[in-house]
Design a protein around this ligand. Structure first.
Ligand SMILES: Nc1ncnc2c1ncn2[C@@H]1O[C@H](COP(=O)(O)OP(=O)(O)OP(=O)(O)O)[C@@H](O)[C@H]1O
Ligand SMILES: [Mg+2]
Length: 139
C-alpha cells in the first residue's frame, strides 16, 4: 500500500483520436492492476459507449447521470462514485446521455476545466484517477 501521507494523486487520461485501438482495454486493465497492487484507483468512463463501465460490471440502470451529470454540475464526483468487485477500484460510470455534453458545453466558459474541477475532490482519497476517453475528442 502506498504511503498516504506523501502520495499525490496522478490523473492519467487514455486518449487517442482513432477508435478501437485499445483505450478502454488499457484503462480497465491499468486501473485493475494498480488497484491489485494496493493503490486507491478511480476509473472515470468519459465515453458514452460506456464500455469501461461494462468492463467493471456496472449495470446499465446504475449508470444514469454518470459523467454527464458530473460535467453538467448536476452531481458531484462523490455522488457518482461506485465501488466495483475489485478491491480499491471505484468507477464513475457513463451512459449514452453523455453524447450531448460536447454540444451542451460549447458556450460554457469553464468547459476546458470543468472535468478537472469536478474530479478535484477525489484527489485527496485516490492514488490514481484513470480516464477512459472516447474516440475523436482531444481529451
Ligand atoms: N492488446 C490487444 N490485443 C488484441 N486485441 C485487443 C487488445 N486490446 C484491445 N483489444 C480488442 O480491440 C477491441 C477494441 O478495444 P477497445 O474497446 O479497448 O478500444 P477503444 O480504443 O477503447 O475503442 P473506442 O475508440 O471505440 O472506445 C476490443 O475488441 C478489444 O478486446
Ligand atoms: Mg473505448
Amino acid at each position: 500500500m502506498s504511503d498516504k501521507k506523501t502520495q499525490t494523486c496522478r490523473i492519467l487520461a487514455v486518449a487517442n483520436q482513432k477508435g478501437g485501438v485499445g483505450k478502454t482495454t488499457t484503462s480497465i486493465n491499468l486501473a485493475a492492476a494498480l488497484a491489485a497492487g494496493g493503490a486507491r484507483v478511480v476509473l472515470v468512463d468519459l465515453d458514452p459507449q460506456g464500455n469501461a463501465s461494462t468492463g467493471v460490471s456496472v449495470a446499465y440502470d446504475a449508470r444514469k447521470g454518470g459523467t454527464y451529470g458530473l460535467l453538467m454540475l448536476e452531481k458531484t464526483a462523490h455522488d457518482l462514485l461506485q465501488p466495483t468487485e475489485v478491491p480499491n477500484l471505484s468507477v464513475i460510470a457513463s451512459d449514452t446521455e453523455l453524447v450531448g455534453a460536447e454540444i451542451e458545453l460549447v458556450d460554457a466558459p469553464d468547459r476546458e476545466t470543468r472535468l478537472r474541477s469536478a474530479l478535484a475532490p477525489l484527489q485527496a482519497e485516490a492514488d490514481y484517477i484513470i480516464i477512459d476517453c472516447p474516440p475523436v475528442w482531444a481529451c
